[in-house]
Design a protein around this ligand. Structure first.
Ligand SMILES: CCCCCCCCCCCCCC(=O)SCCNC(=O)CCNC(=O)[C@H](O)C(C)(C)COP(=O)(O)OP(=O)(O)OC[C@H]1O[C@@H](n2cnc3c(N)ncnc32)[C@H](O)[C@@H]1OP(=O)(O)O
Length: 182
């Protein structure tokens, strides 16, 4: 859903609808079948939001094991000539981990992420990113992902710890005093 600008009441209503959608996924009222595309984290999300022209625009599909996205980095995300910047590769992994939450059924945020860059990610070449949950220990989710080129070579992999939070963590985040997390 498009986030309206300028009108605080409209922004709050859009946010409320967005949170309600997530809540219904987490409550199991809405599910996404294997092979279907998962909804973006928000319309403006830098990883997957279709309304963010500076973003990656990841389109993520649910799989039997977790989630998957086929993505080609564009000129907007160049580092060294012809090669995607390592930071945007990390963004792709982090955002993909955000989709694994649909399969776990919990809200969580990145506490740490480690990326291995096995080969350069060449611009305009498709890479298949796959991510899944490996383990849950209390509030800690251990997640793992890999990215493969079309020749079947692994270009990168990532491991992350996400920490489960309540919906309050996201609500009015910008207005919340530092240290008051949900
Ligand atoms: C309805 C709403 C809809 C929203 C939709 C959006 C969906 C999501 C979109 C996703 C978009 C993409 C993703 C994004 O971009 S997410 C955005 C980027 N990430 C953040 O902004 C997170 C910022 N950090 C925090 O807010 C706090 O630090 C959190 C909430 C994470 C924890 O602070 P809190 O004070 O609450 O907890 P704690 O410090 O006691 O720790 C908790 C537990 O974790 C264990 N631990 C800690 N560190 C590590 C470590 N390095 N390795 C292993 N374990 C570690 C620790 O021992 C403890 O374990 P246990 O003792 O309980 O067993």
């Amino acid at each position: 859903m498009q986030r309206p600008e300028g009108n605080a009441a409209e922004v709050r209503r859009a946010d409320a609808e967005f949170f309600a959608q997530w809540t219904s996924y987490l409550a199991g009222q809405e599910t996404v079948a294997i092979g279907q595309t998962l909804p973006p984290h928000s319309q403006d999300c830098v990883g997957c939001g279709p309304a963010n022209p500076a973003g990656l625009g990841l389109q993520v599909v649910r799989t039997a094991e977790g989630v998957e996205a086929v993505h080609s980095f564009s000129d907007a995300h160049v580092g060294a000539p012809g090669i995607a910047h390592g930071g945007v590769v990390a963004l792709a992994f982090d955002d993909l981990f955000g989709f694994v939450l649909y399969t776990v059924g919990a809200l969580a945020v990145t506490r740490s992420i480690t990326v291995e860059y096995q080969a350069p990610f060449r611009l305009h070449h498709p890479y298949t990113f796959r991510a899944q949950a490996r383990e849950r220990n209390g509030r800690r989710l251990l997640l793992h992902a890999e990215a493969w080129d079309n020749a079947g070579r692994m270009a990168g992999s990532a491991s992350a710890t996400f920490v489960v939070v309540g919906a309050g963590h996201f609500i009015s985040g910008a207005e919340r005093p530092h240290g008051e997390d949900g």
